[in-house]
Design a protein around this ligand. Sequence first.
Ligand code: G
Ligand code: G
Ligand code: MN
Ligand code: NA
Length: 253
Amino acid sequence: LMIRTELIHAVRRHQLSLFYQPLLNAKGEIASVEALLRWHHPQHGFISPADFIPVAEGSSLIIELGEWVLMEACRFIRELQEQGICPPMVSINVSARQFHQDEFAPKLLATLQEQGISPAHIELELTEHVLLTDLQQVRQTMTQLREAGISIAVDDFGTGYSSLSYLQELPLNRLKLDASFIRDMGNGEASASIVKAMIDMSHSLNLEFVAEGVEIQSQFEQLKAYHCDLYQGYLFHRPMPGEELSALLVRLG
Ligand code: G
Ligand code: G
Ligand code: MN
Ligand code: NA
């Protein structure tokens, strides 16, 4: 309850910020970045989105937060452009309640247009849970988004215990395999085989495959041998403030 009340003021009091974590391709280039919300509370310090997102999801607060995240991502993309830096695609996490609100796609597209941001700069991360609630409506919304040029990734892939048939039915771009699979890869042949099979499946469906939570070199080597497309994790970069990312982009040219 404390969190809910305080969260209502957090936006207005400028306590929220976006951090960005790069996703690298096999050549080590930054292919895109994931935007991750951060809340710095003046008394309680840093509060994890793992703690406050579920609270926000309990009410329309999540809609307001989602709108703030989108505006902030747009502001950041424009700032990079003004500095002469070519902005990477920015992935935004979208929760169920946001995605299933009325007019989600047209509102999002209108905001991008107002902000002067090309939809090609934006990817949405949706969990299997979001995708499988009202598949008919999800397909419709997603088609509108894809036709406008927005990319769609399945986040935490593999944790939803769902049938995989939706992968053929929805216009997806990427699968982001949940970090737990990457952690288990070192624990034996079977776990590694699962990851390899998922990579092969995603390629046969023309989807890009992202490994999340890559923390050690041996995981990276193994994933490269399996032809994983994109890599995200502490081995490469931790989530960082926007200024740090723009400095990194300048350094990399
Ligand atoms: O960055 P971190 O590991 O602390 O994030 C914890 C969780 O919070 C992750 O599941 C992530 O998807 C979620 N999260 C981070 N930022 C956002 C956001 O802007 N919107 C939503 N809906 N979830 C977010
Ligand atoms: O649920 P989602 O995939 O959106 O959550 C991503 C979360 O994973 C973010 O909170 C991010 O801070 C965290 N994260 C990113 N890379 C790593 C990593 O290598 N190890 C661990 N433990 N967490 C990571
Ligand atoms: Mn995510
Ligand atoms: Na994830």
